[in-house]
Write a protein that binds this ligand. Structure first.
Ligand SMILES: C[S@@+](CC[C@H](N)C(=O)[O-])C[C@H]1O[C@@H](n2cnc3c(N)ncnc32)[C@H](O)[C@@H]1O
Length: 213
């Protein structure tokens, strides 16, 4: 979470009361097992964007245990929305499968187990919403590969793009390459995509809309 917005984010998180027991269980599991799931204030924003976009087909890079996937599927249920989601870790893939079943959304999910740097290229559907939330060092590759699949008027939502605030403040040396790559990625998005915007909340959210042709 970006330091200067920490208290605002904490205030918002304190206001959000989740009532869905399956979602609550996933949150508790993630906390207990250190699974990095989308933070609550970003999750609300994600649901909002999926809904107002009247989303029908989502591509997610980074399933983890199916938390954000379930939230997005609930948000687009009224549009008959579907989700294709990619995860490299087999244990998480299996946990997500169980969670999608328990949440009653599994019929609308296609799970892919594998490295998204290879798997996205194999897809040939069009998606009207793409959520990028996996290894930050590969964000540019995930973006380039998935943007080819983005429908006109579709949206890309990129989480953690400002990487704990390390893009503009001192960071541990081991993150040098990731910080440089994310910084260059943001420059590229602003330069090449007129409908890109950067939101400084959560861990930094990048949003982009593809022009309707
Ligand atoms: C931040 S977590 C995703 C959280 C999830 N979107 C949520 O909010 O519920 C990132 C996930 O991406 C997966 N991942 C990392 N690199 C990947 C890659 N190259 N291909 C597919 N999945 C990857 C990790 O194993 C991890 O489970």
């Amino acid at each position: 979470m970006l330091d200067e917005l920490k208290s605002a984010n904490e205030y918002i998180i304190g206001k959000i009361k989740e009532g869905n027991p399956v979602i609550l269980e996933m949150e508790a599991f993630a906390e207990e097992h250190n699974v990095p799931i989308v933070t609550k204030e970003v999750a609300k924003y994600l649901e909002f964007m999926v809904d107002i976009n009247e989303t029908t087909n989502i591509l997610e890079v980074g399933t983890a245990i199916g938390y954000s996937g379930t939230l997005m599927l609930n948000a687009c249920e009224k549009y008959g929305g579907r989700l294709t989601t990619l995860e490299i870790d087999e244990e998480r893939y299996k946990q997500a499968k169980e969670n999608f079943e328990r949440a009653g959304v599994s019929e609308r999910v296609t799970q892919i187990l594998g490295d998204a740097t290879e798997e996205i290229e194999k897809l040939d559907e069009k998606y009207d919403f793409i959520f990028i939330d996996a290894s930050k060092g590969q964000y540019r590759k995930f973006f380039d590969d998935s943007y080819k699949l983005l429908a006109d008027g579709g949206m890309v939502f990129i989480d953690n793009i400002m990487f704990r605030g390390y893009l503009y403040k001192e960071y541990p040396k081991r993150f040098k390459t990731i910080v440089r790559k994310l910084d260059e990625f943001i420059d590229y998005l602003y330069a090449e995509h007129p409908r890109f915007t950067l939101m400084p909340f959560g861990d930094g959210v990048g949003l982009l809309r593809r022009e309707k042709s």
